[in-house]
Design a binder for this molecule. Sequence first.
Ligand code: FAD
Length: 341
Amino acid sequence: MTSEAVVTQVVVIGGGQAGLAAGYYLRRAKLDFVILDARTEPGGAWPHGWNSLRLFSPARHSSLPGWPMPAFREGYPPAQHVVEYLTAYEKRYELPIHRPVRVRSVRRDPDGLRVETDLGDWTAGAVISATGTWWRPFIPTIPGTFTGRQLHTVEYRGPEQFAGQRVVVVGGGNSGAQIAADLAEHVDLTWCTARPPRYLPDEIDGKALFDIATTKPGGIGHLGDIVAVPPVRLARDAGLLTARPVFDRFDGQDVVWSDGTREPADTVIWCTGFRPALGHLSPLGLRAPDGLIPTTGTRAVGEPRLHLLGYGNWTGAASATLIGVGRTAKAAVTEIAADLS
Ligand code: FAD
């Protein structure tokens, strides 16, 4: 690590879709900036999903600012199409991405905010943190000991490795429903959800979700949790997706429910969500008891030079989607440009 820090106006931490959208607007604002990304390859979280993962909206409704996602020939695009788009996007706008560079911490410094990395330090007048959630999978604590295998959504690739097994999928959101549907014909499936699965009306896709999220303050919670993408719809309509409550404890090879019923399982797949990857911001002491950092728009309440982008609705309506993050990125960069002028 060098002791001298490179000085720039803005450091963006994370080169996924949120970091790229920020880069687009920083370029337009003619600010001096760098994007630091821990991965060796472009695409943020998208190269790491399961093999059959597809967007829940058509390409034309999954675009970052400036350049629309190229059409996909058939149905909703697979994750690889998004990776190719993001790879081309960062080249097209010549975004100054340094890869792989892992940010260890952000601290206050007499010259601004100091961003400490495994490849030296930067100081900046503003920092945009856009590190996503994929890197902090969440698994609830369950009492007892399980002798089978446990994994999280982030480790699931496809049904092949589980063929013929007794598999318990936990989670009533989109990942849980999609992975349960992916497995249904290949394994002895038990699907556990905290409450009965709530499917959104079949005609609601990512575009409709975006419209609702950005026009109705209450969001979509009242409508349902699961987008009925074609594979989920097919499995549901074939009667393959019957859910039961989440079990209470493990006992050796079994999962055990509160009423004493039990089932043996080879594998439990936790589709129980993510937490924002905010560890690098710990030295700033900004976290509230719920683990999140209070914001006004994207700006951290306790550190106005820090913006949080892309983590979910708490950092901008629909900001954790391809179609939604551009709007929030524009607002963040507008505020930063005004501060630095
Ligand atoms: P990421 O893509 O996670 O990018 C963050 C980047 O930051 C990564 O490259 C990471 O390496 C880097 N990073 C992290 N920590 C550090 C650090 N300390 N230092 C340096 N770099 C760091 N959205 C849609 O619009 N349509 C969909 O159909 C859709 N489907 C989804 C399906 C699933 C299963 C999931 C999980 C999400 C889906 N989303 C969808 C939501 C959303 O588009 C993604 O979560 C998206 O990847 C978030 O982008 P991001 O840039 O915020 O984070």
